[in-house]
Design a protein around this ligand. Sequence first.
Ligand code: LLP
Length: 387
Amino acid sequence: MIKAKYPLDKFSEIQTPFYYYDLDVLRTTLDEITLHAKKNDFHVHYAMKANVNSSVLKVIKEAGLGADCVSGGEVEAALNAGVSASKVVFAGVGKADWEINLGLENDIFCFNVESVPELEVINELAAVKNKCANVALRINPNVSAHTHHYITTGLSENKFGINMSDLDHVIDLFPSLKNVKLIGIHFHIGSQITDMTSFQGLCVRVNELQQYFITKKIKLEHINVGGGLGINYEHPNHFPIPDFEAYFKIFRDHLQLLEHQTLHFELGRAVVAQCGSLISRVLYIKQGSSKKFAILDAGFTELIRPALYQAYHHIENLSSDLPTEPYDVVGPICESSDTFAKGFVMNETKRGDIIALRSAGAYGEIMASQYNLRKLPKAYNSDELLK
Ligand code: LLP
């Protein structure tokens, strides 16, 4: 089994905090994805929002994945990394005109359209360029993802996608929109989904909608079921690679593709989360009235997930094998929410110890901020440090 390796001797020479990517873990993850996707003839677009670190992107591009983008910046980053425009999908509820134009100029594979006004603007901008844009309708399937409410996207109360009750109206518009071509439908119900029945529910809804499009005599070339596959944050060493085989099997068994239709996925977290760690040093151990605080030099400016989603990240003291003790592991930011974990049991910790916050490869570095005028974290990878 692949396990992240930490070059502690090298870490001790580097200014903390920083992100560290084990590219062998990433490569093994990608091997699993491509093996099972190829078997099923599925197409995977990497959700760029999870991490655009250049060494990470390079490995993902080499594995042949496409890109799922939600901003002009991400479209640019995907193209600069060498991803073919024919594998770029572009979603997002608020695409600005320059972002749409960027997609049009590069002839990206598809715009995932989230509203009628957006569809009309894409049509207008494509007309100016004398082009015809490929579009997929992002449909809000009203399927629960059973995950944190901040990362649930497929319920009718969420801002994403076109409601099923509005589909008749949207479809009636197409004959008058000469510069867009409807080629598919798109869904994304949420993120960090570990209850596989949620994906089964999505398949059932997609099958129903396929019947609807048949009655409307509309031929769809592709179905895009988004991303969302969760990872094991509790045991990153035991479960470093998500079960892609089981995940893809759900869609193979439950989603009824029509002839010539292709199935697309937009995986982010499941691709990159386990290859990344935030590496930090312990600044102080402070005795509180009833507990000990381990104060790190990393805070929510480097990894915001615990503060924002009450997310759990496994914490490892790489420098200690002393008996364990509970600590509140906190950062230096002037906010009480700057807490990575409360009562976390880890090896006895002292000033200067090196700490790894695990499973931080997705939505870690990319969500860093400069609050408190802190510096954005640097990043290193195993190819450079393990040589
Ligand atoms: N496709 C669309 C349209 C999305 O909105 C997302 C994620 C994905 C694909 C990729 O989902 P994934 O496979 O990574 O679950 N910052 C949050 C996660 C936000 C996800 C937003 N959308 C976190 O740290 O948990």
